[in-house]
Ligand binder design. Structure first.
Ligand code: AMP
Ligand code: GLY
Length: 435
């Protein structure tokens, strides 16, 4: 059996690493992959990114199932394309992926279905948007209405910041173009207070299988300071997701979303990620939806997965998720992202990475007993060396009995690793460590 994972980040390395344990597996192709997926046992990189060419490849190689990591190919309709050609793929259709690809779509959908989220208004012109900011006051949140790799959001603490962010995001003199094109709309929303968590589930159109909870660290700097990033580290489970919060998230957010999408003729299939804001009063609100696994959340989550991932995916694609359960390692998993120079701005690439475990050690690392793994993200191979090739370069992930010990294990592993400009947070998991 051959499988295909699409993407090149840490999440895709974790997916492929997890799928490499599938009984009866011949190979997991990763398109386009990174230096980590190039080196791991049973994985093979394929240098294809064009969607039609990916479908051709899946057909030629008789790939049993394709799993899509990032949002861009989903939003571009890769699932529609594969399905039209009779190829099995796990992910949402282009229409369903709008839950992530358009903030305005997601907000209107939540409003229609009574799903708890921040109050909002959408604007395509500056003047009324500025007036709305003046009327609402700060803090307030300004979001570009398109895919922005977690960077199209400004949480403005003052009105001045909000006005400035708006001017950057809306066209006219705009120079702000997170995905290469200027977003035509902004969503302005109420600032929510509380603690965030990532609540990720698998969906087969009607049934839901929740994955273990996790918590990301979105800001670049220690103590949650500095600009937002795609995520600088994560751990699982998230303490803040108590059984009550879990039940509420399922009842008030996930199930109404899955039912609502089906009722509107765009049934949701794939990983569904609800970013939760958990208030002190126990309220649970939706900050955002993503139509995929989180990165870096996937790395600790998948390290804890004891069930066979392929079996879960296979049932999901067959519409039989109600027939399976996932079991989890009771330990904590925690991953620290090592980011490139200048991230979250345009990252510098080509810096040589030293101190990584050798390929032969990697094979041993791939055994079930392993309690740490270095997942690659933005890395590539150049003249026999591993070099940086993207913003989030590595995610050093460890398992341990509690958050504190797991933190220590992950940070101990980082000590030997170096590349010029390397930046990382020193406090991943801080919200779960008793002071
Ligand atoms: P998003 O891309 O919508 O997830 O936003 C990125 C980050 O901005 C979130 O993870 C939050 O930390 C923050 N954020 C977004 N919306 C809000 C909100 N309404 N209130 C407070 N923080 C927010
Ligand atoms: N880590 C947040 C995300 O994947 O969107």
């Amino acid at each position: 059996m051959k499988l295909l994972v699409i993407g090149s980040g840490g999440r895709e390395h974790a997916l492929a690493w997890c799928l490499a344990k599938t009984p009866g597996l011949q190979k997991v192709f990763v398109a386009p992959g990174n230096a980590g997926t190039a080196a791991d046992r049973a994985l093979e990189n394929v240098a294809i990114t064009d969607l039609d060419a990916l479908a051709d490849f899946a057909e030629e190689q008789k790939v049993s199932l394709t799993i899509v990591g990032p949002e861009a190919p989903l939003a571009a309709g890769i699932v529609n394309l594969f399905r039209a050609r009779g190829l099995k793929i796990f992910g949402p259709s282009k229409e369903a992926a709008q839950l992530e690809s358009s903030k305005d779509f997601a907000k209107r959908f939540m409003a229609r279905h009574g799903i708890p989220t921040a109050r909002f208004a959408t604007f395509s012109e500056r003047a009324p948007a500025h007036a709305y900011i003046d009327q609402q006051g700060a803090p307030i949140v300004i979001k570009a209405d398109g895919l922005a790799a977690g960077k199209g959001v400004v949480v403005a603490m003052t009105r001045d910041e909000a006005h400035a962010a708006l001017d950057r995001m809306l066209p006219a003199e705009s120079t702000y173009a997170p995905t290469g094109s200027t977003p035509a709309q902004v969503v302005i929303e109420e600032f929510l207070e509380g603690e965030e968590a990532s609540f990720i589930v698998m969906v087969d159109g009607k049934d839901v299988l929740p994955l273990a909870s996790s918590q990301d660290h979105k800001r670049i700097g220690d103590g949650d300071s500095g600009p937002n990033t795609g995520g600088m580290g994560a751990y699982s489970p998230a303490l803040v997701v108590t059984p009550e919060v879990h039940a509420k998230a399922m009842r008030e957010i996930i199930l109404p979303t899955v039912r609502g999408m089906a009722a509107e003729g765009t049934p949701y299939t794939g990983f569904l990620y609800a970013g939760l804001m958990i208030g002190k009063d126990g309220s649970v609100k939706t900050v955002e939806f993503n139509c995929r696994l989180g990165d870096p959340e996937a790395q600790p989550i998948l390290m804890r997965l004891k069930s066979d991932l392929f079996t879960l995916l296979d049932h999901a694609v067959a519409g039989k998720l109600d027939q399976v359960e996932a079991s989890w390692d009771r330990r904590v998993a925690l991953g620290v992202v090592l980011a490139a120079a200048n991230y979250p701005g345009t990252p510098r690439t080509g810096d040589v990475i030293s101190g990584l475990p050798k390929v032969s050690e990697y094979s041993e690392y791939s055994e079930d007993s392993e309690d740490s793994h270095i997942f690659h993200g933005g890395t590539s191979e150049r003249d026999g060396q591993t070099v940086t090739a993207g913003g989030r370069v590595l995610c050093v992930t460890a398992l341990g009995d509690n958050v504190k010990r797991t933190q220590k294990r992950a940070y101990d592993l980082i000590v030997g690793i170096h590349f010029d400009g390397m930046q990382y947070r020193h406090d991943i998991g801080h919200r779960a460590v008793p002071r």
